[in-house]
Each structure stands twice: as structure tokens, then as C-alpha cells.
Ligand binder design. Structure first.
Ligand SMILES: [Zn+2]
Ligand SMILES: [Zn+2]
Length: 371
């Protein structure tokens, strides 16, 4: 069996997350989107666990994987996956003496090093790896030059690429050659623009959280899918105030201060990945670049927002007649899409064949695209 898995989202107990993020809303979006395995997010939080209790078995038939993100020493973010909530509870009690907000915050801060956190998670039966590994503020490679520098003798079970990177960014880093890459949405709202904007197609022997984790452990990832890395807001090295982009060399010679306005220059994910690459690229599952259907519709209709009525109507018509969003983006024949809207069909044909113009993001400003 194959499953489209999005393994990193957040709950309203985390900062800047929509109050509309409820288990039911998440599952309904998954069904529209074509996501068949979804992470709970924030599974160390007791209230959020309770709210999921009635939805672990659900009428949408979606596999639910308890997941959590924590912030450890040096503000590095770690993603945790587990087969059930009991494991999460044990991890939470192990970590709680080292945290002020583990019972209250969705993404708690833990005053422990990467190796201490990873050891606790592994001993309790959890699965752990760096979240959005290359991002400049809270990615592992923002603070460390190697995995062992953070995790010591504990081996990370996977690495999450983050929105500003695809597999090619990590493929040339020798220490990652046998670490599976995950591509997840990190969604903060249940909108189909967010949930499943990145996902992993995995091969599973049967449905279930434990089987999902086992599949990743075996490296049974058939495909990663997500943003063109240029669309991410930290893809290029740029000023965080005026977003002017610089080469790493020019930024370095200016002491990482913007010559135009004195703002701080943040090293882009692309430059950081290049700097760490030390070997010929390893073979990786294919990485499919996708754009949320809502964004494609917005561009085709020339609207300012994908939430306008016109965009929503067309989105619903496409889903009603053609099936879920992922299949429309990837599989449905362009001629079928053209039967509903010729402009959307042309845009999907263009991005499937890579005919898309990207303006890279950087310094905290998202990139953009046109067909
Ligand atoms: Zn994070
Ligand atoms: Zn500037």
C-alpha cells in the first residue's frame, strides 16, 4: 500500500496557530487534499491528546501519528514521532523537569542538549530527527556543523528538509547518506493551502502509526513532494529588514549587516546546504515540486487571495469532479482538468513539466512564481 503522509503540523496550543485547527477540521482537509496519514502535532500536550482521543479511529480512514516538535538547547527544533500517546506521555514526563512550559505550550522549550533529548526519546520508544534542518533560526545546521555535534552518539532517525529545501540540498552531505529525508507541511492552519503542502509518499504494509514509523525506518519512502525551494522564505541569503539578497561572500565581507539599512543578513538555506556539501550527491527518492491548488487558481484568476469566493468556487468544482487535490496536481489527465477550467489545466501542465518562473525568497520573505 502507499500512503501520502504529512508528519509535522501544530495545534492551537502553539504560537500563531489558527483556533480553527481542530482534529475534525484537520481530518476533513486531509480527505480533500489526499493526505492519508497525518501527524497530530503537539502530542506532548495533555489537552491536545484528549481532543484527538475520539479521532484516532476516524470515518475518513486516515492514519493518525502522534507527533511533537520541541525546542532544545541553542533553540534547535526537533521533530518527534511515536506509535501512540502512551509513548508521548512517557517522553513528556522524562522532559518535564527541564521545561517550564511542557504542560502549557504546544511546542515546549526544553533545557537539554540534542543528545540528551534524543536519548530520552529513543529510550521511551520514540523516533526523532531535526525539524526544518537548514533554516537559519531554529534548524540544526544553523547552530551546528554536523549531526554528532548536536546529537552526539544518538543517531537521528530522519531529517526534515523544511519548506526552503528539497532533497538535492541534503544529498551532497556525507553524514546524511543513510538518513531518510522527510518533507512535511509544518501547517499552522487547517486550510488545504497549508496541510499537505509538503508530504511524503511512503510504502506501508498495513495502516497504522507504528507501521508508518517502521516504513520510514526501512527507508520505504517512494517520493517526497513539496514547495519549489525557491518559494521558501529563507531560500536565499538576504537582509531580514529590506530583503535585499546577497551572495554569501558579500554578506560575509559586510559582517552579515546589510549595507543599505544595517539590517541583519541571514544566511539562506541554499548557501548553507552548499557550504555543508562534501561529497557526490547520494541517490534519493524523487522529489516532486508542487504548488497548492488554491495558489494555482489564484494566479490563474489574477486574484489577490486564494480565499476569495471565485477561487473557492473553482477549487470546490475541481475537487467535486476530479477527486482529491494531490491527484489533481499529480495524476489527473490535463484534458480532464481542462473540461472544468482551461487556465488551471494549462498552469498544471506547465508546472508538471517544470515550465515555471520562480523569484526566490530570502530573509523571511516568501518567494513567488508565475507560469
Ligand atoms: Zn520548528
Ligand atoms: Zn537591509
Amino acid at each position: 500500500m502507499e500512503s501520502n503522509a504529512d508528519l509535522h503540523i501544530h495545534s492551537p496550543y502553539s504560537m500563531a496557530v489558527s483556533p480553527r485547527m481542530t482534529p475534525l477540521a484537520i481530518l476533513e482537509t486531509c480527505a480533500i487534499k489526499g493526505i492519508t496519514t497525518i501527524a497530530t502535532g503537539d502530542a506532548l500536550h495533555p489537552e491536545w491528546q484528549k481532543r484527538w482521543a475520539d479521532f484516532l479511529e476516524n470515518e475518513q480512514g486516515i492514519t493518525v501519528v502522534p507527533s511533537a516538535e520541541i525546542e532544545g538547547a541553542a533553540r534547535v527544533h526537533h521533530l518527534i514521532l511515536s506509535e501512540d500517546f502512551a509513548v508521548c506521555e512517557n517522553i513528556a514526563s522524562r522532559l518535564s523537569p527541564f521545561s517550564k512550559n511542557i504542560g502549557t505550550g504546544g511546542r515546549p522549550q526544553i533545557r537539554l542538549s540534542g543528545v540528551e533529548i534524543a536519548r530520552a526519546v529513543h529510550e521511551e520508544g520514540g523516533f526523532i530527527g531535526p525539524a526544518h534542518a537548514f533554516t537559519p533560526w531554529t534548524g540544526i545546521y544553523a547552530h551546528y556543523n554536523s549531526m554528532p555535534a548536536c546529537y552526539g552518539s544518538e543517531r537521528p532517525d530522519f531529517l526534515e528538509l523544511g519548506l526552503s529545501a528539497d532533497s538535492s540540498y541534503g544529498a551532497g552531505i556525507h553524514e546524511l547518506c543513510d538518513v531518510p529525508f522527510l518533507s512535511n507541511s509544518d501547517a499552522h492552519s487547517p486550510s488545504p493551502l497549508k496541510i499537505g503542502r509538503e508530504f511524503n509518499r511512503i510504502r506501508i504494509r498495513k495502516a497504522g502509526a507504528r507501521e508508518t514509523i517502521e516504513s520510514i525506518r526501512r527507508g520505504d519512502i517512494l517520493m517526497n513532494a513539496g514547495f519549489f525551494p525557491e518559494e521558501g522564505k529563507y531560500n536565499r541569503t538576504a537582509c531580514t529588514r529590506c530583503f535585499q539578497q546577497y551572495s554569501a561572500a558579500v554578506a560575509e565581507s559586510n559582517g552579515w549587516r546589510c549595507p543599505q539599512d544595517g539590517g541583519r543578513i541571514k544566511k539562506g538555506v541554499r548557501d548553507r546546504a552548499l557550504e555543508l556539501s562534501d561529497t557526490a550527491p547520494s541517490r534519493r527518492p524523487p522529489y516532486l515540486h508542487i504548488i497548492p491548488l488554491g495558489e494555482i487558481i489564484r494566479t490563474c484568476l489574477g486574484m489577490g487571495s486564494p480565499e476569495t469566493r471565485k477561487c473557492q468556487q473553482l477549487y470546490c468544482a475541481l475537487i467535486d469532479q476530479l477527486g482529491n487535490e494531490i491527484s489533481i496536481l499529480i495524476d489527473v489527465p490535463v484534458s480532464d482538468i481542462a473540461g472544468i477550467d482551461g487556465r488551471v489545466a494549462a498552469a498544471i501542465a506547465a508546472f508538471r513539466s517544470g515550465e515555471i518562473t520562480l523569484v526566490p525568497g530570502g530573509g523571511g520573505k516568501y518567494g513567488s512564481f508565475s507560469f
